[in-house]
Design a protein around this ligand. Structure first.
Ligand SMILES: [Fe+2]
Length: 128
């Protein structure tokens, strides 16, 4: 079964595919024990960097009014992930685990429902 809930699909395969990958890695992160957490978190961060870059490359191909705001949200999210990655590697694993469990999924969900859905709408309109 797809890890990406149907109501979070935007209907553009390349975007949905990236979101599937995020959810797959995120599921591993949520289940990770203490000794596996850093590796799983690194996998999520690495994926997210590539995911955001590809999305930002998509924005370059169209006239996208919310580009600056969208890129800013990506930047903030990656900064936050890296901040908690630092915490995790300096022995404050509980902070990072709480972030991953309570905050990251909500952030991603909201971002997807607002920003990424909006981007998908503009891409769809641009292809006609
Ligand atoms: Fe995005």
């Amino acid at each position: 079964m797809s890890p990406l809930p149907d109501n979070l699909k935007v209907g553009i395969d390349s975007i949905d595919q990236r979101h599937e990958e995020f959810y797959t890695l995120f599921e591993v992160l949520k289940k990770a024990g203490d000794s596996e957490f850093l590796e799983a978190f690194d996998a999520v961060i690495l994926h997210t960097q590539g995911h955001f870059s590809e999305e930002e490359a998509d924005m370059e191909k169209i006239v996208y009014p919310n580009k600056a705001e969208h890129i800013q949200e990506h930047k903030k999210a990656l900064e936050e992930m890296n901040y908690f990655r630092e915490k995790a590697s300096s022995g404050k694993l509980m902070f990072a685990k709480a972030y991953a469990k309570d905050r990251l999924e909500d952030w991603f969900r909201n971002h997807l429902l607002n920003m990424d859905s909006d981007l998908a709408r503009v891409i769809n309109k641009s292809s006609y």
